[in-house]
Design a protein around this ligand. Structure first.
Ligand code: NAP
Length: 243
């Protein structure tokens, strides 16, 4: 039996984050997650895994709330072995008509909150001798997508953050990778109309949209303790859309 790891997943209440939380609970790990509000799925995990699941209502774009969340996880379980920076937001609209408010919302969560929370967790990983970090980015950061300029910019920035952090902490047994996800069937892709979704599916060699499980399985591979020679990489998981 493997030793349970402490895993912190941001934005685990629904969508991809919920799939990631479930996969670590299925692996026997301890999982801490946060989002701004709870969901029936979160309540179910709290009942089913009272000793292995911790949920905190927190807006991680608010630095005080983010800091308090990480402190609570460390106080509860002592350290963080795996961090999955999943929480993210998209705002659709061509740049010429984009508002400052939408721009700030996307940058504050996808980029600034990810950096702030990672900094706190990295300090803990450095102190306790290692860890795994996986950042959820997007193929829109690689190829660009009309109407997602700011979102794509934050995801490209996260890939850059991944590479630089991997260089900083590589000698300290911490790996840092990004997963550039293709289009998934979650609430976030509800912003795309049927025509856009059908076009994406037609252009995808695998012939379908992604499911949270497609990404969760890749994360499990990256955080496997034997996989300590993959770091600083952007792994594209998109059914072949960008090949
Ligand atoms: P989603 O269904 O909208 O879920 C987002 C999650 O993040 C929810 O749990 C949400 O809960 C939480 N969240 C949002 N704002 C937050 C905040 N300020 N503080 C804490 N938690 C917050 O999105 P998703 O599709 O699962 O996306 C997850 C990740 O995958 C994102 O980084 C996204 O960019 C990336 N991605 C998605 C797709 C796709 O097609 N769906 C493709 C590529 C990459 P609350 O709203 O209650 O806070």
């Amino acid at each position: 039996m493997k030793t349970p790891r402490t895993v912190l997943v941001t934005g685990g209440s629904r969508g991809l984050g919920a799939g990631i939380v479930q996969s670590f609970l299925d692996s026997g790990d301890r999982v801490a997650s946060c989002s701004r509000s709870s969901t029936p799925q979160v309540k179910e995990w709290e009942t089913d895994y009272p000793d292995r699941f911790l949920f905190v209502e927190a807006d991680i774009a608010d630095r005080e709330q983010s800091t308090a969340f990480v402190k609570q996880v460390i106080k509860t379980w002592g350290s963080v072995d795996v961090l999955v920076n999943n929480a993210g937001v998209a705002r659709d609209g061509i740049l010429a008509l984009f508002t400052d408010e939408d721009s700030d919302t996307v940058i504050d969560l996808n980029l600034k909150a990810t950096i702030h929370l990672s900094r706190q967790v990295v300090r803990n990983m450095l102190a306790h001798g290692g860890g795994r970090i996986v950042n959820i980015s997007s193929i829109t950061g690689l190829t660009g997508y009309r109407g997602l300029t700011v979102y794509g910019a934050t995801k490209a920035a996260i890939d850059g953050f991944t590479r630089a952090l991997a260089r900083e902490v590589g000698s300290r047994k911490i790996t840092v990778n990004s997963i550039a996800s293709g289009y998934l069937r979650t609430e976030m892709s509800h912003g795309l109309d049927d025509g856009q979704l059908n076009q994406i599916v037609r252009r995808t060699p695998a012939g379908r949209l992604g499911e949270p499980d497609d990404i969760a399985r890749t994360i499990q591979f990256l955080v496997d303790e034997r996989n300590d020679w993959i770091t600083g990489q952007v792994i594209v998981v998109d059914g072949g859309l960008t090949c």
